[in-house]
Design a protein around this ligand. Structure first.
Ligand SMILES: [Mg+2]
Length: 124
């Protein structure tokens, strides 16, 4: 498997730990983390990111704002972005997809759920 870099944008340390643990077990060891959208943007500028997993509710810049901002930048239009939703509300999902999210995953999710989504998006 080619080494891909995944960025986790989530204000919850616990959630970042869970995601990182799952991703490592799935086979992705190159993981970057950011506690909010603003820090996430900085990470994107620092290095090449192949996929982003993004939370909704965060301080500074929330998930939807982050999504809009990232998609407005030419270089980042094709990065797969998976939104993590707490409740599978139709409105949230529609807003995310409209703003350019590639996919979404609803909490609680299993390692296998995550693996399926990510492998699809990275064509692996
Ligand atoms: Mg949050």
């Amino acid at each position: 498997m080619a080494e891909k870099t995944i960025l986790i944008v989530d204000d919850s340390i616990t959630m970042r730990k869970i995601l990182k643990h799952h991703l490592t077990q799935i086979g992705y060891s190159n993981i970057k983390e950011a506690p909010n959208g603003a820090e996430g943007l900085k990470k994107l500028e620092e290095e090449e990111i192949n996929l982003i997993i993004c939370d909704w509710n965060m301080p500074e810049m929330n998930g939807l704002q982050f999504l809009h901002t990232v998609r407005a930048i030419d270089n980042y239009q094709n990065i797969p972005i998976v939104m993590v939703t707490t409740v599978n509300t139709q409105d949230e999902v529609m807003a995310a997809l409209k703003a350019g999210a590639s996919s979404y995953i609803t909490k609680p999710f299993s390692k296998e759920d995550l693996k399926t989504k990510i492998n699809q998006l990275l064509n692996e």
